[in-house]
Design a binder for this molecule. Structure first.
Ligand code: ADP
Length: 543
């Protein structure tokens, strides 16, 4: 090999905040806090991050140590991301919506040494602390004036910890493969599994995402991550926005349509990132007020399939561009995004919506492969349907502490099996048909719950819909449609089935429609099919 003669500088997370402070020092980070809005620029954020990093070292945090957070989207959480990673430790973001036993499991599994938590989680931490490691120390993410009266022994105060740190620090020159962050997947089956991100993968992921989201992420744009910092790195936004020089508007704990609308309006937010259920909430608020938040031009939706009707209404009624993304915690997490090119400019709305309802094209750095039932690689012809495998520099090769690493997730060629069933069109669009475990296997055919839900959401009077498989004597499984009615609407089973009958073949139609007040959500805000299946486990299809 003739080796290239370029500098071998490590790709480090700390370089991102250094860059932002240098190049975009005045760009806003705005956070909703217990005291109203907090506002500062990337320059001042870095100053606090350096102090915090010194303070963490003073508290005994060493490279490789896991430091946990239980917190909403806010500036202190953002500071922890960088201060922890910068000194070579690992920021373990805990999803507070996990079951109590799961939180206990992951804190013990990660062997966290410090736990930083937002005030809203004080009762939760107090309740769970007996099950946490005895050596774990606690820090409330607030100032002295707001410190809770708590039973936690030795509870520290974030602002005091930070103030105790020396102001100057030269970041250590870490190995770029050193871990920087840890996020456990919600583990719909078995225990949660830890995805351990490296500095290198995190920086590369940010660089891979940026060109795919160039319109949304640039200097002058104001981006609101509804997707939590505790879930899959808020889809990389804490890293991409500072590089791009986009402002970050952190919404805190209130994520309902009304609160989001008000914050977007007052902060002139240009783009929001979150799961479809969040955008359904915002849509209801926009419909109530008869307008969109004044500066909002684009929304990135991902985490579960975006309903056609949502894309259409946002675009047609409000002129908001929906970008549909697909990814996984295991992929850092972005894999694909929909990008309409100049060639699509003249397309009618229906065609644009149809394209946007696909999961998008792969971003640079992510490779996609479809695998058939016998392990054969399938063509990208828009027809062949198989399990989706991925490969890339920001994709996991195993889980933290090795459980189920090689062999379970990876195939012989080193590709990671996503557990999603998909098609890929010749021009590179990914179409996710379903999660393997959510597909309805009726006779010899597969019915896509995503496709059915998509059509159901377009039916009059339907606010929200989910489809699950229920056992059937003859066909093995048949689809059951579970519907939440729209406000002031009263759709009936027959009218919904009649509308679906215009769009789908007879064998794809649900066998029954049941109405519920609300759908159960997972820890990441998606519809929990697991809970729905349990709820309807005794359900008997008539006829
Ligand atoms: P969790 O299991 O905690 O929800 P992830 O957020 O990592 O963890 O979930 C990744 C999965 O979410 C994907 O494998 C896929 O099934 C689903 N998903 C993500 N984005 C989309 C999308 N745009 N359309 C359909 N499914 C999606």
């Amino acid at each position: 090999m003739l080796e290239g003669m370029m500098m071998n500088r490590p790709l480090l997370v700390s370089s991102i905040i250094d860059y932002a402070a240098d190049v975009h020092p005045g760009t806003d980070i705005v956070s909703v806090t217990e005291d109203g809005l907090h506002r500062y620029g990337y320059g001042d954020a870095r100053k606090r991050i350096l102090r915090l990093a010194n303070a963490l070292r003073d508290l005994g945090v060493k490279p490789g140590d896991r430091v946990a957070t239980l917190a909403w989207n806010g500036y202190r959480h953002f500071e922890l991301y960088y201060a922890i990673a910068g000194i070579g430790a690992v920021c373990h973001t805990i999803n507070p919506r996990l079951f109590a036993e799961q939180i206990t499991y992951i804190v013990n599994h990660a062997e966290d040494t410090l736990l930083f938590f937002d005030l809203t989680f004080t009762p939760l931490v107090e309740k769970l602390s007996p099950g946490f490691p005895k050596s774990l120390r606690y820090v409330a993410m607030t100032d002295r004036a707001h410190m809770p009266a708590s039973s936690l022994s030795g509870l520290l105060c974030y602002e005091e910890v930070l103030a105790s740190g020396a102001p100057d620090l030269t970041w250590p020159e870490l190995d770029e493969n050193a871990a920087c962050a840890l996020c456990y997947t919600s583990g719909t089956t078995g225990d949660p599994k830890g995805v351990l991100y490296s500095n290198r993968a995190t920086v590369l992921h940010a660089l891979f995402v940026l060109p795919a989201c160039a319109k949304a992420l640039q200097n002058g744009r104001r981006v609101l991550p509804v997707v939590p910092l505790f879930h899959a790195n808020a889809w990389g936004l804490p890293y991409t926005a500072p590089i791009a020089g986009a402002a970050l508007i952190f919404p805190g704990a209130k994520l309902d349509g009304e609160s989001l609308f008000a914050l977007m309006d007052s902060e002139r937010v240009t783009g929001g990132w979150g799961v479809p259920t969040v955008w359904l909430g915002l849509l209801a608020e926009m419909q109530k007020r008869g307008r969109k938040p004044n500066a909002l031009t684009d929304v990135l939706t991902g985490g579960s399939a975006a309903p056609l009707s949502l894309i259409e209404t946002f675009e047609r009624d409000y002129g908001i561009d929906i970008v549909h993304g697909w990814g996984m915690t295991e992929m850092s997490p972005v894999g694909t995004t929909t990008r309409l090119g100049p060639q699509d400019a003249g397309r009618p709305l229906a065609e644009r919506v149809d394209i946007k309802s696909r999961q998008g094209k792969r971003i640079f750095g992510v490779e996609l492969k479809l695998v058939g039932p016998d392990g054969e690689t399938l063509p990208h012809d828009g027809e062949a349907t198989g399990e989706l495998f991925v490969r890339g520099a920001a994709v996991v090769r195993g889980y933290y502490k090795g459980e189920q690493a090689e062999g379970r997730g990876l195939d012989a060629d080193g590709w990671f099996g996503t557990g999603d069933v998909a098609r890929i069109t010749p021009d590179g669009y990914l179409i996710v048909v379903d999660r393997t475990k959510d597909l309805i296997k009726s006779g010899g055919e597969w019915i896509s719950s995503i496709e059915l839900e998509n059509h159901a959401m377009g039916c009059q009077g339907v606010a929200h819909a989910a489809v699950i498989a229920v056992p059937h004597d003859r066909w093995g499984e048949r689809p059951l449609l579970v519907v939440v009615k729209g406000k002031d609407a009263d759709p009936c089973k027959d009218s919904i089935l009649a509308q679906l009958g215009d769009k789908l073949a007879k064998w794809q139609l649900p066998d029954d429609v049941v109405f519920v007040d609300e759908l159960p959500l997972t820890a990441t805000g998606k519809i929990s099919k697991l809970v729905l299946r349990a709820k309807f486990s005794d359900y008997k299809l008539s006829g």
